[in-house]
Design a protein around this ligand. Structure first.
Ligand code: ATP
Ligand code: MG
Length: 374
């Protein structure tokens, strides 16, 4: 069963329990555009507690919009309770006409705001742009994101509304910005989106990103990031930025660390080839990301094959492969545990990685004695 069949079966299950339900949002839009879909959003007349009772595996994700994540037939679906008294009313409250389409379990499409027409015209429009955009100013950034993903033109009234009201975007929580910004950077038409950001001045109002014209000019020179991970995209973004934005973006500590590591090795790697020491301490994954980023910036880069074989040629790949460990050192020296132990192992590791000593226990021990590290 594919995603769609499973979604329709889920809807049928809701219907059998007396609730109404439809596939909505990006999935229906992308179906009409013959694009592959990421997630499937479903709206239903069932309330969150009804949904929890009907399905065994559910997780509350968003209390404001009453969204529940449901695992059904091995897939995750986002179920949201219909806003208003009918599907028609719910659809009219969505951000853009192209996102205001619904599909029932038979595949029939409900289109109350001419979304299909706008898809055919390749345009982004809102029925009542002022009201729609100000109700949730993040929608103005979503418009930029959809330009980037779809390459559509922005209808005049919507364009004017955004040009006039973008400062309202400043009030949006930074946490909501990152996801849209990533999608924008990965879009096939991101240069079109960047030029919209400049034309409307929206770039001045996006929380956390501290965009200026210089940064956008830099971003315009980057090759497509459409195939890349969020880590690679954020790193590329930081490289284009002349200030340190990372701490203002409300990203997870883990993500921030990963970006910092890549930035470090990106700045470090000035030579044509990685040196063994940097490659070892960076790890293969980080090195691959750095090479991907170099490629995006039109810099010379190592292919994955070259990098992997270089990695394979390293004498060791992780600390545990070192022929000497803490226990060896303690038993050979009769010394007590202490900070000297870490220093000695760090030194031994470096000697092996740089090829200054073979990875052999006795030789490593002798080398450590020689420099009085044990
Ligand atoms: P994607 O293909 O990236 O999932 P999407 O259009 O489905 O894009 P989602 O963020 O998954 O976007 O949201 C699902 C649907 O919910 C949207 O199509 C839209 O109709 C509605 N929606 C989401 N966020 C907003 C918002 N801030 N304002 C209005 N409607 C929204
Ligand atoms: Mg979606």
């Amino acid at each position: 069963m594919d995603q769609w069949t499973k979604a329709k079966s889920l809807i049928t299950k809701l219907k059998e329990s007396g609730f109404d339900a439809y596939i909505v949002g990006g999935a229906v839009r992308d179906f009409l555009l013959q694009r592959s879909i990421a997630d499937l959003d479903i709206v239903t007349t069932a309330k969150p507690h009804d949904i929890s009772n009907l399905f065994t595996k559910t997780f509350q994700t968003n209390t404001v919009h009453q969204t529940i994540l449901v695992r059904y037939e091995g897939l995750l679906f986002e179920l949201t309770t219909i806003r208003g008294s009918s599907i028609e009313e719910d659809l009219k409250k969505r951000d853009l006409t192209i996102n205001s389409l619904a599909m029932n379990e038979k595949g029939l499409i409900i289109d109350v705001v001419n979304g299909k027409h706008d898809i055919a015209m390749k345009q982004l429009a809102s029925v009542d742009p002022f009201e729609r955009m100000l109700e949730d100013p993040l929608r103005m950034l979503r418009v930029c994101r959809f330009i980037s993903e779809l390459g559509f033109q922005v209808e005049t009234n919507l364009f004017d509304t955004i040009q006039t009201n973008h400062p309202k975007l400043k009030g949006v929580a930074v946490e909501r910005v990152g996801k849209e910004w990533m999608k924008l950077l990965k879009g096939d038409y991101y240069k079109q989106a960047l030029s919209f950001l400049k034309q409307t001045n929206v770039y001045l109002s996006i929380p956390g990103l501290s965009l200026d014209l210089q940064t956008i000019d830099q971003l315009e020179t980057v090759n497509s990031l459409s195939e890349d991970s969020d880590i690679v995209c954020w790193t590329a973004f930081c490289i284009c930025h002349h200030t340190d934005v990372l701490s203002h973006l409300a990203l997870s500590n883990e993500l921030i660390r990963a970006i910092h590591t890549r930035l470090h090795y990106f700045n470090q790697r000035k030579e044509q080839k990685w040196n063994k020491e940097d490659l070892y301490y960076a790890s293969l994954d980080v090195a691959k990301d750095v090479e991907t980023i170099r490629q995006r910036f039109n810099l010379s880069y190592c292919t994955e094959d070259v990098l992997s074989s270089y990695w394979m040629s390293l004498p060791i790949h992780k600390r545990s492969e070192l022929a000497i460990n803490g226990r060896d050192l303690l038993s050979r020296t009769n010394k007590k545990q202490g900070p000297w132990l870490k220093k000695a192992l760090d030194y031994a590791e470096k000697m092996v990685v740089t090829g200054q000593c073979p990875n052999e226990t006795n030789l490593l021990f002798e080398a450590l004695v020689e420099v009085e590290l044990c």
